[in-house]
Design a protein around this ligand. Sequence first.
Ligand code: PGA
Length: 261
Amino acid sequence: MSGDRKPLISGNWKMNHNHFESIQTVQKLAYAIEKDDYEACDVSVHPPFTDLRSVQTVLQADKIPVSLGAQNVHEAEKGAFTGEVSAGMLDKLDVEYVIVGHSERRELFGETDEVVNAKATAVLHTGMTPIVCVGETLEERTEGRAQARVTEQLGGSLAGLKPETVEDIVIAYEPIWAIGTGETATPGDAQEMCAHIRSRIAETFGAKAAESVRIQYGGSVKPGNAPELMAQPDIDGALVGGASLNAEDFARIVKYRIYQA
Ligand code: PGA
């Protein structure tokens, strides 16, 4: 990570932790993460929808400087969309970051770049920050199409956004083959793609947006590999799945600086 970009370490809990377990996890996190850590990086947790209110209450009551995040949102303001949750509802719970276009949403729930774009726009409309996920499959990587795929996803997912808006969003580069598999992109490969993403942002939205936008890496980030990944100049944070479920492991990732050579 370089420049003035403050790293963002996010825990994506996926469909894990009921609200009691989520409360316990944030309380443990509050013990493990110290003032210096919050000064060095921003931290967000993304529990399931059913836990948001409980986690919000704990964060506020105990003045824990962890941001509340969501894992998904519906693009419409309101209406007959059974089972869905709007950006306005999340905003009312003091949610700050919303993950959009996670590869599991794209692959299992058929989300296209157009849908991801509409969701990111809805999130921005309420003043929250989208974490827009992109990433290639193993097949696309082996066939040398990884950069082309990510370029395409970026083009579709960020279509129509203003440069001054793109400055403040977060992009998560998550190679699909590295998610939940224990297989991490090498720091060099992750850096290469994150640099590519930044250069695409520069071309489309200008140098200022490219300098300011934060790019996270995600895919089997663990306490052991976080320091080296975070040392890369174009990696400004991590989107952590499995390892974020355990407060001690997640706190060690947040404290990556201590373990850096
Ligand atoms: P993982 O998940 O850390 O378990 O690989 C990352 C993600 O899906 O965001």
